[in-house]
Design a protein around this ligand. Structure first.
Ligand code: KIV
Length: 432
């Protein structure tokens, strides 16, 4: 029963750069504090970033991309503080999050990123350069040969600083020539890269195209077996989660994502969607890539709701009410048919429990997440009244229900318990 039982959480394999001992394990790389903060208007203070990072560690993400240290002294200090504090917070099972800093592919950026993260127990530098024709020609004004050379030098430089966990991203990979990607990625592996992150920077790919790209890269990049492939999917066509899962299906074992899916433009793949998809279906539906296809993460979903709320509050970016998993309506039911089903058996209209993502039933109106509005039926109104202590006979319930429908027709957002109680006392007054 998917509604009640989440797959037993499995132990997280020990962290090794570029290698995962369990071929079914999927690393979760959270970039809320870096790409997420690039959401227009979503500026965070250092104190807020630290608190979010502490929450991400409770959630159990494998990697926290804490920021872009060269961007400003504030960014540098925030990343350093997170590396020094959260990056040394060893949990009971030995888990400690990797702390990552982003850098362009030049020495100054890389040195700054390294200085910011090196205090962590598991520091990672993430360096990138664009590889699509349009970016190389018009943004970088570089030839493909020059881009390869810059990428290789960048990775070598990071390694020369003592960093042994280096992520490389060919920016706009989703629109790059795959043959050029084979070449640049093979060369950065020789230079020392341990994670190859494949960004669909403009959200251009369809799930089957992106999955195929990951498959082709795993088959054609020299040394691919010695690195972890990663996805970084933007949501311009609303496909970021689907693309990330398609990447996993084809062997990517790190998925980059943000809480509430925040990020540049239409945002990034959302952590809660990826994690819950894998928690509910990872065991049965993912057959591609290495391993048995029984994919799992080590994220503890009960921290999803508190983390989502914290990120909304600190960024000032509320989720739309119908946002999957964390939207205010995600566990609310309005139509009479749905409410009737929910009262009889919650699995009729919910595929996961709110408790499994840390949302207590009591936080929603009525135990079954029922919103009493104009589409609600008599059974739902009667059930709520009984929960409130009113055991009305059929005649009285019918009379209250007639009035309920008249009021609900005009009341946006549904009726509160006090409104229902008022209807009952009106009815009692009339019948006395
Ligand atoms: O969207 C993108 O391409 C990025 C990379 C730097 C990973 O954010």
């Amino acid at each position: 029963d998917t509604h009640i039982v989440l797959k037993q959480r499995q132990p997280r394999p020990a962290y090794i750069p570029g290698k995962i001992d369990d071929p079914d394990y999927v690393r979760i790389f959270d970039t809320t504090l870096r790409d997420g903060e690039q959401s227009p208007g979503a500026t965070l203070t250092s104190a807020e970033k630290l608190e979010i990072a502490q929450m991400l560690a409770k959630l159990g993400v494998d990697v926290i991309e804490a920021g872009f240290p060269i961007a400003s002294p504030d960014d540098f200090n925030a990343v350093k503080q997170i590396a020094d504090i959260v990056g040394n917070d060893v949990f009971e099972d030995g888990y400690v999050p990797v702390i990552c800093g982003l850098s362009r592919a030049n020495q100054k950026d890389i040195q700054t990123a390294w200085d910011a993260v090196k205090g962590a127990k598991l520091p990672r530098v993430h360096t990138f350069i664009a590889t699509s024709q349009i970016h190389m020609e018009t943004k970088l004004n570089k030839t493909p040969d020059q881009v390869v050379e810059i990428a290789v030098e960048a990775v070598k430089f990071a390694k020369s600083l003592g960093c042994n966990d280096i992520e490389f991203s060919p920016e706009d990979a989703g629109r790059s020539d795959p043959v050029f990607l084979y070449r640049i990625l093979s060369e950065v592996i020789v230079a020392g890269a341990t994670t190859l992150n494949i960004p669909d920077t403009t959200g251009w790919n369809m799930p089957w195209e992106f999955g195929d790209l990951i498959k082709q890269l795993r088959e054609n990049v020299k040394g691919a077996e010695n690195v972890v492939f990663s996805t970084h999917c933007q949501n311009d066509l609303g496909l970021a989660t689907a693309n990330s899962l398609s990447g996993a299906l084809n062997g990517a074992r790190q998925l980059e994502c943000t809480i509430n899916g925040i990020g540049e433009r239409a945002g990034n793949a959302s952590l809660e969607e990826i994690v819950m998809s894998l928690a509910l279906k990872g065991a049965t539906k993912f057959s591609g890539g290495p391993g048995t296809g029984k994919l799992f993460t080590a994220v503890n979903p009960v921290y999803i709701t508190p983390t989502s709320k914290m990120v909304s509050e600190y960024t000032g970016m509320a989720c739309q009410p119908h946002k999957a998993i964390v939207g205010a309506n995600a566990f609310q039911h309005e139509s009479g048919i749905h409410q009737d089903g929910m009262i009889k058996n919650k699995s009729t209209y919910e595929i996961m429990t709110p408790e499994s993502i840390g949302l207590m039933r009591g936080e929603s109106q009525s135990g079954a997440g029922i919103v009493l509005g104009k589409h609600s039926g008599r059974n739902a109104v009667g059930t709520r009244l009984r929960e409130l202590g009113y055991d009305l006979d059929t005649e009285k319930l019918n009379a209250v229900f007639v009035r309920f429908k008249q009021v609900a027709e005009r009341k946006k957002g549904g009726l509160e318990d006090e409104d229902l109680e008022a209807l009952v006392s009106d009815q009692a007054g009339l019948s006395n």
